[in-house]
Design a protein around this ligand. Structure first.
Ligand code: C5P
Length: 220
């Protein structure tokens, strides 16, 4: 019996800022935080390390129970090696989006995600948190922004880190990932019927966080 433990789900397309918003909401409430995208990124990385093709859903699904993963704040460890930077690389953004289409991979990750529902509560971000993984969540948010605004934010982020970036390439990559996420048959990216829509085109992070906290307080 876990469903007395509150969950806030924040789903939405790539680079919509949901990770930052989810983390800040979790910190404010003292809740746990699940970055479900990191799990798909880890599967892509482990596949690469084991020479498993990202198109081979069955072999990737079989690999999941054998992964030795742990999170320590912002750091991610796979088989006791720190892989945080690799997991967040553009290569793994691409890989995650490809391994995430396989039902075998999605199924293997379900119990892993459910285990993170612990007191005093959980904020979970991803694509299917409110629709598939935590359909009984107390407060659901679908956080979005136009592809152009998201590409612009990503471009500025990379430029600030002095990483060479091409706006058009970023925009095309985001659109390709959006399309793959929305069109896959297994747990596609879709707004849950009972989710609040939060369009952040004209909102900053603080305003988005305040809105999610307000919805959560009203749901208690
Ligand atoms: O959120 P993030 O960009 O890190 O996710 C990487 C990829 O993992 C996404 O493009 C998506 O294809 C996949 N994903 C998913 N379901 C989730 C979280 C992420 O399919 N719950």
């Amino acid at each position: 019996m876990m469903n007395h433990i509150p969950v806030i789900t924040i789903d939405g397309p790539s680079a919509s800022g949901k990770g930052t918003v989810a983390q800040r909401v979790a910190n404010t409430l003292g809740f746990h935080y699940l970055d479900s995208g990191a799990l798909y990124r880890l599967v892509a990385l482990a596949g690469l390390q084991h020479d498993i093709d990202w198109q081979d859903g069955s072999a990737l699904g079989d690999l999941v129970p054998h992964l030795n993963v742990h999170f320590d704040g912002e750091q991610i460890f796979l088989n006791n090696h720190e892989v945080s930077a690799q997991v967040r690389s553009e290569q793994m953004s691409q890989g995650a989006s490809q391994v995430a289409v396989h039902p075998q991979v999605r199924k293997a990750l379900v119990s892993w995600q459910h285990r993170l529902r612990q007191l005093p509560g959980l904020v979970a971000d991803g694509r299917d948190m409110g629709t598939v993984i935590f359909p009984d969540a107390q407060c659901k948010v679908f956080l979005t922004a136009s592809a152009e605004v998201r590409a612009d934010r990503r471009f500025k982020q990379l430029s600030q880190c002095k990483v060479a970036a091409d706006y058009q390439a970023i925009l095309q990559d985001l659109q390709a990932r959006d399309q793959r996420d929305r069109e896959r048959s297994s747990s596609p990216l879709v707004q849950a019927a009972d989710a609040h829509l939060l369009d952040t085109d004209t909102l900053n992070i603080e305003q988005a966080v305040a809105q999610v906290l307000d919805w959560y307080q009203k749901s208690i």
